[in-house]
Write a protein that binds this ligand. Structure first.
Ligand SMILES: NC(=O)c1ccc[n+]([C@@H]2O[C@H](COP(=O)([O-])OP(=O)(O)OC[C@H]3O[C@@H](n4cnc5c(N)ncnc54)[C@H](O)[C@@H]3O)[C@@H](O)[C@H]2O)c1
Length: 447
């Protein structure tokens, strides 16, 4: 089939475009960002994702993908127009629909025969119905038929290529039998169950999934906080929980809270549009609140441990919001840096793939080219992202290189016992403090 992706150089648009291309479709990745288009036309990637280079190479070697800023050609030459533009958070927490509305208007202006418009962007419930009106109002010839379909994307950054190519399921919201036939043909070669719903339910599936995943993360972070206070160990607790088949092991890693471009933004959007429909969502508001508390507690700890912070050197490992991606949108590491940037402390950072930050933060920190330079003579090491190379660090060497042996491990990647044994002051999330037994006699008596 002939498919255009509007927003085709973004995270979702590019992976969708390349994924459909290697499935044999002819894909036009259309985008307004010329720097990303130039990179792609030179065989370079604008984002970091495992296996994405191989996917780009396969799609381009087979002449199955074109990168362009020409929306007219993209619309006219395609049967399906997928829209994967950004739907960021606006100031009041609602979804900023401006990129989507503009894309719909532009697409509508070039529709010349029947098209299926598929919305991949995450959009509040009711947006497909609104999109239909926008397209209708902007068609050059009002007699031309078209359908609007919801097809939310569930890929995870860090595993995006594999997730797109091997989805657990494909959710599609359709309002006509014709568009259902088109979508079945589009995904015919994918080995995944397809769930067909009406457009509103499909839009809601995406929010329900992200709200559920966010809830699990906030839940385990809350359990971690209690564990620290009663001297129970989150690693042991998780072992006992994860083997319960009703619970499982995904999205139960204690840490600095969920970051990235989706979970918090989608939760806020859901709370906003639910509010308009008179649903208060107390549980999901608490999930968000807990998440904010998580990074605040870590920042408070850093500040309280580093007395006279202006004279200290802090080493921060990891800038992306999770391992496997260079995406720093809403990254807990960035929230931390913004806070300590206000002090006079010397901040040294290292991330395997993030080599730039937005100003003014970029000029405020020192980028090291390797982990050891970052750590050398530091008064505090803070691990913010769970990159595999950080897990492999030799703690004996780290101990010798640091000026003050203090580790704040927000991803629980190190062995606490080993760290304590070497003489570090070590703070994980939900980790038992071995000196607890000798200090908290009162709690011991209660227990
Ligand atoms: N990133 C994720 O992990 C993820 C996962 C699932 C769903 N989503 C959703 O997918 C959507 C896209 O997210 P993203 O992370 O890929 O965003 P992104 O910012 O990486 O990509 C959006 C792209 O759209 C382009 N664009 C904007 N307006 C345009 C226009 N009028 N014409 C052509 N191109 C235009 C931008 O230049 C950009 O390249 C969002 O709704 C997001 O919530 C994202």
């Amino acid at each position: 089939m002939k498919i255009s992706i509007i927003g085709g150089t973004g995270y979702v648009g590019l992976i969708t475009g390349l994924g459909l291309a290697v499935h044999g479709h002819d894909v036009i990745c259309m985008d307004g960002d010329s720097s990303k288009l130039n990179k792609l036309n030179n065989g370079e990637l604008p984002i970091f994702e495992e296996s994405l280079h191989e996917l780009l190479k396969e799609a381009t070697d087979r002449n199955k993908v074109v990168f362009t800023n020409n929306i007219k050609t993209a619309v006219r030459e395609s049967d399906i127009i997928m829209i994967a533009v950004g739907t960021p958070e606006s100031k009041n927490g609602e979804t900023d629909m401006s990129q989507l509305i503009l894309a719909l208007k532009l697409v509508a202006g070039y529709i010349n025969n029947y098209k299926t418009i598929v919305i991949k962007s995450t959009i509040p419930v009711g947006t497909c119905a609104m999109a239909r009106m926008i397209i209708k109002d902007n068609l050059k010839n009002p007699m031309i038929p078209f359908d609007v379909v919801s097809n939310p994307e569930f890929l995870r950054e860090g595993n995006a290529v594999s997730d797109f190519l091997n989805p657990d399921r494909i959710v599609v919201g359709v309002d006509t039998p014709e568009s259902e036939v088109v979508m079945k043909e589009l995904y015919r070669t994918f080995d995944a169950p397809m769930v067909f719903t009406d457009t509103r339910s499909s839009e809601m599936v995406k929010y329900a999934c992200n709200a559920y995943l966010a809830t699990r993360i906030s839940f385990i972070n809350e359990i971690s906080e209690i564990s620290e206070k009663v001297n129970a160990d989150i690693h042991a607790i998780l072992q006992g929980m994860k083997l319960d088949k009703r619970i499982g092991s995904h999205y139960l890693n204690p840490g600095p809270g969920f970051g990235g471009p989706c979970l918090a933004k989608d939760l806020k959007s859901l709370i906003c549009f639910a509010g308009k429909a008179n649903a208060g969502l107390p549980l999901l508001k608490a999930v968000l609140e807990r998440n904010g508390l998580q990074i605040k507690n870590i920042i408070d700890y850093v500040m309280s441990e580093l007395k006279d912070i202006g004279s200290k050197k802090i080493a921060v490992l990891g800038l992306s919001f999770k391992a496997g991606t260079n995406d720093t949108r809403n990254s807990p590491a960035i929230h931390l840096l913004e806070k300590i940037a206000d002090t006079k402390t010397s901040i040294h950072v290292y991330d395997p793939v993030v080599k730039n930050l937005e100003e003014p933060l970029h000029s405020r920190v020192t980028f090291s080219t390797n982990i050891m330079d970052t750590i050398m003579d530091a008064d505090c090491l803070i691990v913010m992202t769970e990159w595999p190379e950080f897990k492999e660090l030799n703690l004996e060497m780290v101990y010798m290189m640091m000026k003050t042996p203090l580790i704040i491990d927000t991803r629980n990647i190190f062995s606490p016992n080993k760290a304590y044994h070497l003489g570090f002051s070590y703070k994980g999330i939900g980790i038992t403090n071995p000196i607890f037994d000798s200090i908290d006699v009162s709690l011991k008596n209660i227990i």
